[in-house]
Design a protein around this ligand. Sequence first.
Ligand code: ARG
Length: 459
Amino acid sequence: MKLWAGRFQKETDTLVNDFNSSIQFDARMYREDITGSMAHAAMLGRQGIIEPSEAAAIIEGLKAILADIEAGAVEFSVDNEDIHMNIETLLTARIGDTGKRLHTARSRNDQVALDIRLYLKKEIKVIIGQVLDLMQTLVRKAEANRHSYMPGYTHLQRAQPTTFAHYMMAYANMFRRDVTRLEDCLERMDEMPLGSGALAGTTYPIDRQSVADELGFARITQNSLDGVSDRDFAIEFLSACSLLMMHLSRFSEEVILWCSWEFRFAELDDAYSTGSSIMPQKKNPDVAELVRGKTGRVYGSLITLLTVMKSLPLAYNKDMQEDKEPLFDTIDTVEQCLPVFTAMIDTLTVKPKQMAKAASEGFINATDCADYLVRKGLPFRDAYMIVGRLVHQCIRTGESLDTMALKDFRAISSLFDEDIYTALELRTCVEERKVPGGPSYEAVTSQIAYIQDFINARK
Ligand code: ARG
């Protein structure tokens, strides 16, 4: 029999039962649901809304249910629709009429708002920890590759030289922002909605603050209508995860390129790549490709929830039950992608020789050549024009700037001297870029220290 059977003359159709129920996917919030109910029952007892002995019996009953669920000894039922009613039904079946007092001064609307917050608060911390692990791996890779020169690109055309360490720290900074976004999101969602009731609060003399304290919330929600109808925190979380996945996806794309025979800047560990069923020579970057692919489902979840919420009048509407699958799928996806991605990067073999070779071709030192002339007194625009002509000439003769004879340099500008060759060396081009944020050994070393401090402050 349904909890609400009093108002009804007929049983719910089985089609509706299946359609309406969320227990298939919200069962995973059982711990949060029980913890929330225990805190609620304890408060009801303290406030004299139910007898302290009744509160104690409810809490004992809930504890036993929790233990049984963890032991795999509980089967949930679609007839009881969702995790909230399943647990309440189990409680009453076990402890009798006292169980029926638990839902005093509460609605499933504030109950579900509480459960999702508790669940997300826990998972956000897991994700932050995983992102910090990835950042630690990037720091290690960077430390070992401060002299691994490689081409930097714009438009995927060789542009200016940099190092593999500089590259790693670029991604570390994206992940640093992801961590702070998740932290901001956590801070804003840290509000306890119980007491909002169905929508208009309650007439019972409840103590919301004490429940918030017991459950570890920073504050209580400020308005009961908003308390039950707000899913901003879930959307914010999905948005932070979308950006995080976008960063992982861009990084994946680079790994895929670097591991191609066209680049050969890096090689994946055998344990983190796959073979082909037909082509014996293949070593495929499936992990990177799957991370890139899974980014799509996280974006999809964000759009799903934004769309679910966009026209909902206050307060609760059943549409909001559709918040859970995209949220849970995103949590599962992100928590699966991060550790495998981190391990893939950790075991990646970098090929500094191959990268340096690529960085020595393609006139990657052309800007440095222009800067040389600027140091000799020429305005940058004039220097730029001269080097453009030099490059054009080199392309015609099949030479590069570093191999061109001094007399050919001087034929275009008498400002060129013997020291042009040192100025054009790959090492000089990188190590002279000492500007904060730049790729020189010292500049990258301070970037590494900054990220290491950021990680340490959170461990
Ligand atoms: N299973 C519901 C959900 O996830 C719980 C809240 C139901 N409230 C209601 N009044 N139908 O949204």
